[in-house]
Design a protein around this ligand. Structure first.
Ligand SMILES: [Zn+2]
Length: 453
């Protein structure tokens, strides 16, 4: 049983508005067993003998960060789709071209590299919104869950925990047009067959758990929403859904169902504490009320939303309505939860032309505790006794962070400032390098394998 004493120069402890200096964190195997802020009298100088065996963590140590919304294969589009005109819909065509080339082996290689890139940025747990289930034309693999199994294995090899949000994706539009072309790989026929496939799947390894997802109101007919929601409830599993990312989705839903997507989900039992709506960029005031009353979470993906020209959601209003906010890098145009977190505040400033909407502690909660909770890992995301031993240490002496007060990292640091990452008590990133994956090399070869150049 591995027992380690870590001495953090600063650690951000639960409920604190700012980091605490000189904190002794004790871990046994995969759990935190002690958290002791050292008083000036009993600090490192006074207690040098007691602390001689402690591993020093210079900089600011945060709890593990959770990336609550990922489509791993979208990483292959980074730097290829951002220039010129177009919108979400034209970007989606390019995304489908990559999807069409993936098989379980290339999916594993790409996802392993992407999850290792996440580890370098301080992510200890990822929620993979997974809909690329089947072979070309929709043909079943010998194991119908081969693609999901590849993602589970990729996370194991990259050293991060995973919630596989297996996604029900049945139709191409709100009015029920059938899946065509690359979309055929996403479909299970109907929600009952989606549930049957999922019931036959047990993720391999304690690092992974299953959740459910409804791709969107475009992709699951109204009368089948309850089947997916019921599966998640029976399994006590998280349920995620893309919601109102585009005004066009709202318009189509109103035209077909006479209500907003949020109202439709509410009427079919989809909302609730275990549910996370992804984006929620264009909700009505009534929608915000429905999400808040049901304590449905919202996962914000600001770097993707800005890349795709989606818009800015009413984020402070949603938080004030009681909606827990989490963060995701979604299309992976950027993988950097510091960037996602500060965008929550900075976008709100642009919208309102006022400053000071979210405290640094609120941004930390979105990146850690709330994200883990949205993915069903309620014992992670805090530096607290009993929680998982996830520790993310950020340098305070880099060119970006030198001279910054520790609470200021949310406005100064980037993923490149993450020096060390411990997941479940094991060091995964040391001196800014993944201990077993050559991340740039593997990203390069994996992406070359599924793109034209
Ligand atoms: Zn998404």
């Amino acid at each position: 049983m591995t027992s380690t004493r870590w001495l953090a120069e600063y650690a951000w402890l639960p409920g604190e508005a700012a980091p605490t200096p000189d904190v002794l964190i004790e871990t046994v195997h995969d759990r935190i067993t002690g958290v002791t802020p050292l008083t000036p009298d009993g600090g490192p100088d006074a207690g040098v003998d007691v602390l001689a065996d402690a591993v020093r963590l210079p900089g600011l140590t945060l709890p593990g960060l959770a990336n609550a919304h990922s489509h791993a294969f979208h990483r292959a589009l980074r730097g290829r789709t951002h220039s010129g005109r177009g919108d979400f819909w034209s970007w989606r065509d390019q995304m489908y071209a990559v999807a069409a080339r993936l098989d379980p082996d290339s999916y594993l290689a790409l996802a392993r590299a992407v999850y290792a890139e996440m580890a370098l940025s301080g992510v200890t747990c990822v929620g993979e919104f997974h809909y690329l289930h089947h072979g070309p034309g929709g043909s079943r693999y010998a194991d119908p869950n081969a693609m999901g199994a590849a993602l589970v294995e990729a996370a194991a090899q990259a050293g991060v925990r995973l919630t596989l949000l297996d996604t029900c994706y049945l139709t191409a539009s709100v009015d029920g047009r059938p899946l065509v072309g690359p979309q055929q790989r996403f479909g299970d026929g109907d929600a009952l067959r989606w549930a049957e496939r999922l019931d036959a799947f047990t993720p391999d390894g304690g690092h992974a758990r299953l959740g459910a997802a409804i791709h969107s109101v475009r992709a699951v007919p109204a009368e089948q929403l309850a089947t997916v929601a019921g599966w998640a409830r029976r399994r006590d599993a998280p349920l995620h859904v893309h919601l109102s990312e585009q005004p066009a989705e709202n318009d189509a839903c109103r035209a077909v169902h006479g209500c907003t997507p949020t109202r439709l989900l509410a009427d079919h039992g989809v909302l609730g504490r275990a549910t996370t709506a992804v984006h929620a960029t264009h909700p009505t005031s009534a929608d915000v009320g429905l999400l808040g009353e049901s304590r449905t979470g919202v996962c914000l993906c600001p770097t993707t939303e800005r890349d795709l020209a989606d818009g800015i959601g009413p984020v402070r209003r949603m938080a004030d309505a009681g909606i827990p906010l989490s963060l995701g890098s979604d299309s992976h145009a950027v993988i950097d939860l510091f960037e996602e977190a500060r965008a929550v505040e900075l976008d709100e400033r642009l919208r309102t032309r006022r400053r000071g909407h979210f405290t640094p502690a609120e941004l930390l909660a979105a990146a850690s505790t709330a994200g883990h909770a949205a993915l069903g890992w309620t014992d992670a995301g805090r530096i607290a006794v009993g929680d998982r031993a996830d520790l993310v240490t950020v340098r305070l002496d880099s060119v970006r962070t030198a001279g910054v007060i520790p609470a200021g990292v949310w406005f100064a640091a980037s993923a490149a400032d993450v020096a060390q990452v411990v997941v479940d008590g094991r060091v995964l990133v040391r001196d800014g390098r993944h201990v077993r994956v050559d991340v740039p090399e593997e990203l390069t070869s994996a992406i070359r394998g599924v793109t034209d150049a």
